[in-house]
Write a protein that binds this ligand. Structure first.
Ligand SMILES: [Zn+2]
Length: 66
């Protein structure tokens, strides 16, 4: 069983790189039992999605100009 510190670190790393199956599994098992990390994960994913959407919009507006 990994600690909350490990899990939050893995979740953050997952934003920058593809996690291994074992790492994703460790996160999945942990967040099932740990509300705090589940919260952290959903917030992180929300921010990621929002940032992704923002980047796409920026890209689109740049494409239109050129
Ligand atoms: Zn935890």
């Amino acid at each position: 069983m990994r600690s909350c510190r490990d899990i939050t670190a893995l979740v953050s790393q997952g934003l920058d790189k593809q996690l291994s199956l074992g790492e994703r599994l460790a996160i999945g098992v942990h967040v099932m039992m740990c509300p705090r990390c589940r919260n952290f994960q959903s917030q992180t994913q929300f921010i990621r999605k929002a940032a992704h959407r923002y980047t796409e919009q920026l890209q689109n507006s740049l494409d239109k100009k050129s």
